[in-house]
Design a protein around this ligand. Structure first.
Ligand code: IVH
Length: 709
């Protein structure tokens, strides 16, 4: 997909040119919607996207007869993905139109006054609030209880993410107060703070997982996990700012502001910066004030939103195409600057992925000095035709990771050649290939080094992972030391870490303490740190192995499920020799482990060299069995059976909830069952429980016990 680069002013377009460009824009916007909404991985900035939409709107305004059936203006977002159940929104979740400067805001209030036939001096109040850069969500409460949560999707149908949303602390399970409507859909934004985003990305990078471009993508990716336990481990937050269906037609109150006060009473979190304004000047002052304070906020905002305060006026104003007439988003300009691209460096990750990084002439963007920027992958470099020596527009997306937005082609040096992505690994010279996904038939966006063990870059990344904080956590053995020890041949594989002291003591040659930067004390400290880690829990051990796709959460799931190292390894040995045998299916059946993951684990254990590492490690360390559950929860370690009709939870959610609390959800009652949670209509399982003398409780009691009433 190439960027539409028409520079012809809209009023000079011929109908033929307009028709062609509208077709190109429809396809291009649809492509970016797909990346943004479905894959949580946009490749252009919000500002570029807004420009495409604006250009489309301007052409449509001049050539209304050419408006296409699939016009981007008639759609919001992308169709929900089929992985989650879909939910049709009782009231559509539409979007906002944008204002980019003060005049746009004055036009907005002017339009409203004309529409309502309000005199220029008649009072007109607005709720002004930050535009949170997260993803919108609709929370359905019935009789005050959260019964359903849906993403926006295409505005009409969203994804059912109830189980995941229940794990978010900011979202109350129950609304408190005697004026809570029988049914109310509360709408708002799910977001992630900068600090939580940075910590998540660090952990993702350490375990070879997906690194997110900005907090919004991280929030979206975390919410759209099929396994609620993963969402639970990611710190998502929520602000309420709107509503959908409400029994009785509207929530209690006559203004936006009064409803916000009701939200607050019911226990819903509101953004503390919301303000009631009574004139355009106050709106603009609010915009500038929030803009100035933006860098000090702990979360991303991309503008402010103004909403007519009076609900009766909102009703009269209604909607135009996909946005309300009574509200507008006043966007902040993107933080951009131009600089030159000095070089493109290829980094090789633990799993062999070749990642291009832009080395830039240092430049200040929004108060931060930027020297590197992400280039995503080779298709992105080709799509934007980025060449070494180019002058490029750099932007801090979501205020965090710098990106290259575009190339200033007019300034391209004549000598700049199109960038050729290496097909051999820069670290070891092995072929680097793009695999074809056997399921989808699509070529992977990532090129990978095939060098495996002989690739020093991969080996160093694996060692770094092995000693990282959530793995063996060996203090004093950071990137610098690992690289130096690797280069000098002192540590080539993980087990070498544990034999280092013995080898050093036996050595006639240069002792560690005589190396540059080391002394007797620092060496003693390092050996101490290593020795302290000779006992390690099974989950950390599994995580440290660096199996592709196996992050901390998965490692914990596996460790809990096998319990101890021997059980785990004998199952893995069986899988290594018979990759489709019963042991493989047992692994595949673990709740939260999909087939891709199970395959990656099987692939790892099919390799002899991985067994050599494991066997050598076992000579040196002791792996502690896992508590089969989180000790803190009252149901941890228990086996629970859910039966009968449950009213507050689906069966799948109930199971996920039990597992999140460290319990095991089983399908049938046996002597091993600890607890039966029975709803109306429970039959034979209830009888069996009575025969076996197993405790039976109802759904309400379940919620009371687990403290999630
Ligand atoms: S009001 C019918 N208020 O912006 C209007 N939206 O471009 C409903 N957003 O999809 C939206 N902060 O995801 C509203 N304070 C705020 C907001 C906000 C962020 C997002 C929301 C919406 C998008 C519209």
């Amino acid at each position: 997909m190439t960027m539409t680069k028409s520079t012809i002013p809209v009023d000079q377009l011929t109908p033929d040119e307009a028709r062609d460009e509208l077709a190109a824009l429809a396809a291009e916007i649809a492509y970016h919607d797909e990346l943004y909404y479905r894959e949580d991985a946009p490749v252009i900035s919000d500002a570029e996207y807004d420009m495409l939409r604006q250009r489309n709107a301007a052409i449509e305004a001049r050539f209304p007869e050419l408006v296409r059936d699939d016009s981007p203006n008639r759609r919001v977002g992308a169709k929900p993905s089929a992985q989650f159940g879909t939910i049709r929104h009782a009231v559509p979740m539409l979007s906002l139109s944008n204002a980019f400067d003060d005049q746009d805001v004055r036009d907005f209030t002017g339009r409203i006054r004309r529409f309502l036939r309000l005199a220029d001096d008649a009072p007109l109040a607005f709720a002004a609030e930050p535009k949170i850069d997260g993803l919108s969500i609709s929370l359905r409460y019935e009789r005050g209880r959260l019964v359903q949560a849906a993403t926006r999707g295409d505005g009409y149908e969203g994804e059912n993410v109830t189980a995941n949303v229940r794990t978010i602390k900011d979202v109350p399970d129950v609304l408190s107060g005697d004026d809570v409507p029988e049914v109310i859909e509360v709408r708002g934004e799910i977001y992630m703070t900068h600090a939580d985003f940075a910590a998540l990305n660090e952990a993702q990078a350490a375990n070879g997982g997906k690194v997110f471009a900005n907090p919004r993508n991280a929030a979206a990716g975390s919410l759209r996990q099929l396994d609620a336990a993963i969402t639970a481990a990611r710190p998502l937050k929520f602000f309420a700012y709107a509503w959908g269906e409400v029994s009785g037609g509207k929530p209690p109150g006559d203004t936006q502001w009064e409803i916000y006060q009701a939200f607050k009473r019911w226990g819903l979190p509101l953004n503390p910066l919301m303000r009631l304004c009574t004139s355009v000047d106050e709106l603009l002052a609010f915009y500038h004030e929030i803009g100035e304070g933006r860098a000090g906020l702990t979360y991303d905002i991309d503008g402010v939103v103004y909403k007519v305060n009076d609900l009766a006026l909102q009703e009269r104003l209604g909607f135009v195409s996909r946005a309300p007439r009574w509200a507008i988003a006043h966007k902040f300009p993107a933080q951009q600057a131009t600089t030159t691209l000095r070089d493109i460096e290829i980094q090789v990750g633990r799993t062999g992925a070749l990642t291009p990084v832009a080395r830039l002439q240092p430049i200040t963007v929004g108060g931060v000095v930027v020297t590197n920027a992400t280039l995503h992958n080779e298709d992105e470099i080709a799509r934007k035709d980025i060449r070494i020596g180019d002058t490029v527009v750099v932007q801090r997306a979501g205020d965090v990771i710098p990106q290259i937005v575009s190339v200033v082609t007019e300034k391209r040096p004549p000598s700049a050649e199109p960038y050729i992505f290496p097909e051999i690994c820069p670290a070891c010279g092995s072929h680097a290939v793009r695999e074809v996904n056997p399921k989808t038939g699509k070529v992977d966006a990532v090129r990978r080094c095939t060098g495996g063990l002989i690739c020093p870059a991969q080996a160093i990344e694996r060692l770094k992972h092995f000693v990282s904080r959530n793995a063996f956590d060996i203090e004093g053995l950071g990137e610098k030391q690992i690289t130096a020890f690797y280069t000098d041949g002192l540590i080539r594989r993980a087990p070498d870490i544990f034999t280092l002291q013995r080898r050093d003591e036996a050595s006639e040659l240069t002792k560690l303490k005589n190396r540059e930067g080391w002394g007797a004390t620092s060496v003693a400290k390092l050996f101490d740190a290593i020795n302290q880690r000779r006992r390690i829990s099974l989950d950390r051990f599994i995580y440290a192995l660096g199996i592709r796709h196996v992050g901390e959460t998965t490692a914990r799931l596996i460790a809990r499920s096998y319990g101890d190292l021997e059980t785990f390894l004998s199952a893995m040995r069986a899988i290594g020799t018979d990759p489709d045998g019963p042991q493989f299916h047992e692994l595949d059946d673990i709740e939260g482990i999909g087939t891709t993951l199970a395959r990656a684990i099987a692939d790892f254990f099919a390799e002899d060299h991985n067994w050599e590492v494991i066997d050598a490690l076992r000579e040196e360390i002791e792996v502690q069995p896992m508590e089969r559950a989180a000790a803190s929860s009252p149901v941890a370690g228990k086996t629970i059976v859910f039966t009968g009709g449950l009213t507050r939870l689906s069966r799948d959610e109930a199971k996920a909830m039990a597992e999140r609390l460290g319990a095991k959800a089983a399908g049938s009652v046996s002597a091993k069952t600890d607890l039966v949670v029975a709803g109306p209509g429970a039959g034979s399982k209830l009888k069996k429980a009575a025969e076996l003398g197993i405790e039976v409780i109802d759904e309400d009691e379940w919620f009371r016990r687990v403290g999630e009433v």
